[in-house]
Design a protein around this ligand. Structure first.
Ligand code: ASP
Length: 338
């Protein structure tokens, strides 16, 4: 092979890869948190959650089927879950010690490694849209508190009165947490339920590109401006050209293990299959430190991993055959399309 041909070969291969990638079948995976306590679940809650997860998959899917970027699929799915009061994100978010809802969110575009994140906002109707605006309309990656609110106003993001986020169920969870704190005894089930219902999504689009996003109210009874892993790029959310992850669980441990990034790094550097990499971080590393939770992960080849070490993780996925699956507990898939 002459020098010119050798120099051109990578370009030819790249072009061939690009045309194969353009035919990629979209894949979308979503979660609604890993804080499921099985004995506290009711058939009504299971039904409502399943319906919401299906709506979120449908919203993300219509973006991906239309050939839109993975980021659009992720954003569309997360907006549906943020609007649903059953999840700990936006409407239905958990309460802080002082009885407020403080919301965190982030998202990342795998192909470009652009990212946006916000923390501690309390009037932004859909925090994931603000995280995206930070990525697309500011030179920054992360904005917090009043500054993030001011930025939201300046770019025309929908704002609501803070009472919009309130649900009675979450208010009662705070009362319980405050009572247990006063009595000096929090049950382990309740510890799990404290980080219940964060939402997230990872998507692979028709051009073979990945994205990830996560949105949460954090942990019940949080205070002092506590921020968990969800808005931290590399901890709760990560996407690169090969791998995308959204995490849910006891955020402090996800930050300490850089969980989302670790899964993708193990896959890339140790060449572990996605499932092995995700299991190592979620089922070994995090529990060894004393944490719990789960994650959803997706790679460029369409492999999916959804490990968790709690009773269950609300999750749904659109597979490469265009079928939607929904599951809550470890041992069952609630339903797949016929
Ligand atoms: N990871 C979130 C946090 O610690 C909570 C959750 O995933 O439910 O803020």
């Amino acid at each position: 092979m002459n020098l010119l041909a050798r120099r051109c070969l990578p370009l030819v291969l790249l072009a061939a890869g690009a045309s194969v990638a353009a035919d990629t079948k979209p894949v979308l995976v979503i979660h609604g948190g890993a804080g499921v306590v099985r004995k506290e679940m009711t058939p009504e809650l299971e039904r409502d959650v399943e319906a919401a997860l299906r709506r979120a998959i449908a919203a993300g899917r219509s973006a991906l089927d239309a050939g839109k970027p993975a980021l659009d699929g992720v954003t569309a799915a997360i907006v549906v879950l943020e609007d649903d009061p059953n999840f700990n994100a936006a409407r239905g978010a958990v309460f802080t010690h002082e009885g407020r809802n403080e919301l965190d969110a982030s998202l990342m575009d795998g192909a470009t490694r652009r990212a946006g994140a916000i923390a501690g906002v309390h009037t932004v109707r859909n925090p994931i849209t603000l995280a995206r605006a930070v990525m697309e309309q500011s030179p920054h990656v992360m904005l917090v508190g009043d500054g993030a609110e001011a930025f939201a106003k300046s770019v025309g993001i929908a704002l609501v009165d803070p009472s919009y986020f309130r649900t009675e169920r979450r208010w009662q969870q705070l009362q319980k947490a405050l009572a247990e704190e006063k009595a000096g005894a929090a049950s382990s089930d309740f510890e799990t339920a404290r980080h219940f219902g964060t939402v997230g999504a990872v998507a692979l689009d028709r051009s073979g590109k990945l994205a990830a996003g996560t949105s949460t109210g954090g942990m019940t009874n949080k205070r002092w401006g506590r921020v968990g892993d969800s808005p931290i790029i590399g901890a709760g959310t990560w996407a690169d050209a090969h791998c995308a992850v959204s995490a849910t669980g006891w955020g402090e441990f996800y930050i300490r293990t850089a969980a989302a990034h670790s899964i993708c790094a193990r896959r890339a550097l140790l060449r572990e299959p996605l499932a092995k990499a995700a299991k190592a971080v979620i089922n070994d590393e995090i529990p060894q430190l004393g944490g719990d939770g789960g994650a959803i992960a997706l790679d460029r080849d369409g492999h999916i991993a959804m490990p968790f070490n709690t009773d269950g993780m609300f999750r749904a996925w659109l597979d490469r055959d265009g079928k939607t699956h929904v599951a809550i507990y470890a041992d069952e898939v609630l339903a797949a399309d016929p």
